[in-house]
Ligand binder design. Structure first.
Ligand SMILES: Nc1ncnc2c1ncn2[C@@H]1O[C@H](COP(=O)(O)OP(=O)(O)OP(=O)(O)O)[C@@H](O)[C@H]1O
Ligand SMILES: [Mg+2]
Length: 345
């Protein structure tokens, strides 16, 4: 986490606007009629140069889909994905063809959750880390040198570059993934649960490494996680996702202490040091999952929300700045955020 005291002068490096990703689904085995899963449904957010934006929300809320669409690993159904390139140009990645995309995509790289399945076991570390470099035409000699540098940077001995992934521990494998993601000197890293598959003792080391890398290389992070204690430690701002939509976006401390969306407050109640009286999410709504293939008229959280009134079921709340601080906006998509008193931690 960096000191963003002078954020006023910092521009967004990534701007996601009205992003949608609908997956087609066949309804029934013999039926030809198809529907859609609205995995990402009108998502808008910005990330500023050098900051870490956390993206949180329960399983199936659409976090990974956002990440994959932002990287154009999935084609967006609609929306815009503006990125500021190393040359300072603002480009809509959603509009680029494959060839144009290749030159812009250097700027944004992904780290995945599972360092066991994300590294091809048949490739030595050298080839794994050099693969993105080779795709951009680096020759073997330059690759070996660069991979050596990268391994040192992430705290691995460069002499191990001929070894295969099985020779490394989970934490070391995640270091290899990080080296690979850094190979092309990106400015933005999308990290999807980068530590959650690892032992607790190793998690902190990986998070510290990401923190160091951010400082050394002036990186910007989109950090996806379930773990709210990690969010508090690592993120400057947090975006809370629910059923393909953003429920709330605010600075980390503000979001933790003064949540404005009942879903955020419910998520916070699951944090270990939370007030036990708040643990209403599981109690009141257990087992209920939003069906993303159904069109929802009102607030997607309304069926689970203890504060919901008729309006919440009928009218979709927009993500709006709820406080009059233009420099530190606090966005929430809740009709009732100004009338209800929510607890933070
Ligand atoms: N390739 C796909 N085809 C069809 N549906 C998909 C596909 N990928 C994701 N989905 C659906 O989109 C929704 C969002 O999934 P996504 O993986 O983005 O959630 P997530 O927030 O990352 O969850 P988790 O915390 O479990 O990783 C889910 O309903 C999922 O089933
Ligand atoms: Mg995911």
């Amino acid at each position: 986490m960096q000191n963003l005291a002078n954020k006023k002068n910092i521009e967004p490096i990534l701007e996601v606007q009205e992003l949608k990703k609908y997956f087609p689904v066949k309804k029934g085995f013999f039926s030809k009629s198809t529907g859609v899963v609205r995995a990402v449904n009108d998502v808008t957010f910005s990330i500023y140069q050098g900051e870490t934006l956390g993206l949180v929300g329960e399983s199936g809320s659409g976090k990974t889909t956002v990440a994959k669409v932002v990287l154009r690993a999935y084609e967006p159904t609609s929306g815009r994905i503006f990125i500021k390139t190393a040359e300072g140009k603002r480009v809509d990645m959603a509009e680029l063809d494959r060839k144009e995309l290749k030159s812009v995509r250097k700027n944004i790289q992904m780290i995945f959750q599972d360092p066991y399945s994300s590294l091809n076991p048949r490739m030595p570390v050298l080839d794994l880390v050099a693969e993105p470099l080779q795709a951009y035409g680096w020759d073997q000699k330059k690759c070996v040198q660069r991979v050596g540098e990268l391994l040192s940077l992430v705290g691995l001995n460069p002499r191990y570059m001929r070894r295969y992934p099985h020779a490394f521990s989970g934490g070391q494998r995640q270091r290899i993934s990080i080296a690979r993601a850094l190979a092309l000197s990106p400015s933005i890293i999308v990290a999807d649960e980068p530590a959650s598959a690892l032992d607790v003792s190793v998690q902190a080391q990986i998070l510290n490494l990401l923190d160091d890398m951010q400082e050394k290389l002036n990186l910007t992070y989109l950090f996806i996680t379930h773990d709210l204690s990690v969010v508090r430690y690592i993120c400057d701002r947090v975006a809370v996702m629910y059923a393909g939509k953003l429920a709330e976006v605010a600075k980390t401390e503000e979001l933790f202490t003064k949540p404005l969306h009942p879903y955020t407050s419910a998520l916070l109640s699951a944090v270990p040091d939370a007030d036990p009286h708040q643990r209403w999410l599981e109690e009141t709504v257990s087992g209920e999952v939003v069906d993303l293939s159904k069109e929802i008229r009102g607030c997607p959280f309304a069926p689970r929300c203890k504060y919901a009134i008729q309006r919440c079921h009928d009218v979709l709340p927009l993500l709006e700045n709820k406080i009059s601080d233009v420099e530190n906006p606090h966005f929430a998509a809740c009709h009732r955020s100004n009338e209800i008193e929510l607890k933070g931690v």
